[in-house]
Ligand binder design. Structure first.
Ligand code: 5AD
Length: 362
């Protein structure tokens, strides 16, 4: 099928997706142009912000790609105090971000679950619940997800990392702590509890094929997710996958493949929220803007106090580690204006796909 025919469809087959992911030259340009056109038609030129709070790097897992895996003894572990979290949230509110996202290493003990419940309730007290709250705190029981939802969080991100089980176990240890089925069940629990549920994958992993990537996009569509976050894989020297760093596509290719994934998914799911991940900006200083132009509509500026940021290096050379929030702010407004986009301040920026489904009672 010709590229023009494919670009006018929303129900793409695996083969058609692969054709888009492999597009070069004029065809590649057509893909990006079409994805931007679809995004502007459905979501306008607005970008939604989530003030990112990296709550703690204490983690019980040892995923083979992640710099804060518990087996990396070089990392100094921290957990923000309640006051620090609330200060970050107040700053997000003051800056007009509309939402915060709390991310952390994975823990599911009672003290952690209680602490998050409390923090969500406290953040909700700021200006009578005016901040939206996204959580990104890994695998939990359905009961925990429900508690956090009832406390006031309404969006949750849990990347599947790789929707192909074989690939999943090449980038995670094969043990009960890193169970693929459990990850799938967690995504289902989040949907059931009523969260705007997001997932995502890393792109350019060792052993990953175009078939895998096409299946990832079909997985998001099949789960009818409200949000997706995808970013390039960046090898970390203190992780087992570093050994395969020469077997992955070069940085520009991983970046380009990420942009094609974003653009293709925008055609398939025109109304979802898609984040321009920080990893994009790490590989390419213009990566965030490129992701927005390829179809992303969410940015998560980091609000973690600067002294902790260098301990939250899930991958090396993470962008914006030294930036101050006010700098981030003006830089962001300028760089978005330069590409014809603007931040929608003081709004939750919920997923249009999710709200439409809810309105229809589905
Ligand atoms: N490169 C890119 N992304 C990574 N993540 C973890 N480690 C890396 C890495 N080395 C991503 C995972 C995780 C998210 C918080 O960060 O997809 O879900």
């Amino acid at each position: 099928m010709s590229i023009d025919e494919i670009l006018n469809k929303t129900n793409l087959t695996c083969e058609e997706i692969k054709q888009l992911l492999a597009a070069e030259g004029e065809d590649k340009k057509k893909l990006f142009d079409r994805a931007l056109q679809v995004k502007l038609k459905h979501l306008d030129n607005y970008v939604h912000l989530r003030g990112l709070i990296e709550y703690s790097n204490i983690c019980t897992k040892y995923c083979l790609y992640c710099g804060v895996r518990c087996k990396n003894l070089k990392v100094e572990r921290y957990q923000l105090s309640d006051e620090e979290v609330i200060e970050c949230a107040k700053l997000a509110h003051k800056l007009g971000y509309g939402s915060v996202a709390i991310q952390s290493g994975e823990r599911s003990d009672k003290a952690f679950v209680d602490k998050i419940t409390h923090l969500v309730q406290e953040i909700k007290k700021i200006d009578n619940g005016s901040l939206g709250i996204t959580l990104s705190l890994g695998e939990q029981t359905e009961e925990t997800y429900r508690r956090w939802f009832e406390a006031g969080a309404h969006r949750y991100l849990l990347r599947i990392e790789a929707s192909n089980e074989d690939l999943y176990y090449k980038i995670h240890p094969r043990d009960e702590k890193h169970d693929f089925k459990k990850r799938l069940d967690c995504i289902d629990s989040l949907l059931k509890v009523g969260f705007q549920t997001g997932s995502g994958v890393m792109i350019g992993l060792p052993f990953q094929s175009l078939d895998d990537l096409a299946s990832d996009l079909l997985f998001f569509k099949q789960k009818d997710l409200a949000m997706v976050g995808m970013g390039p894989f960046i090898p970390h020297p203190d992780t087992p996958l570093w050994a395969y760093k020469d077997q992955i596509p070069p940085a520009e290719k991983r970046m380009e493949l990420t942009l094609k994934m974003i653009a293709t998914l925008r055609l398939m799911m025109p109304e979802i929220n898609m984040v321009a991940a920080t990893a994009n900006q790490t590989l390419d200083p213009q990566g965030r803007e490129k992701a927005i132009l390829a179809g992303a509509n969410v940015i998560m500026p980091n609000l973690t106090p600067n002294e902790f940021r260098e301990n939250y290096l899930i991958y090396p050379d993470k962008a914006n580690v030294k930036d101050k929030p006010s700098q981030t702010q003006s830089k962001l407004d300028e760089s978005l204006a330069a590409i014809g986009h603007k931040v929608l301040y003081n709004a939750w920026g919920d997923s249009v796909a999710f709200m439409r489904k809810k309105a229809l009672g589905q």
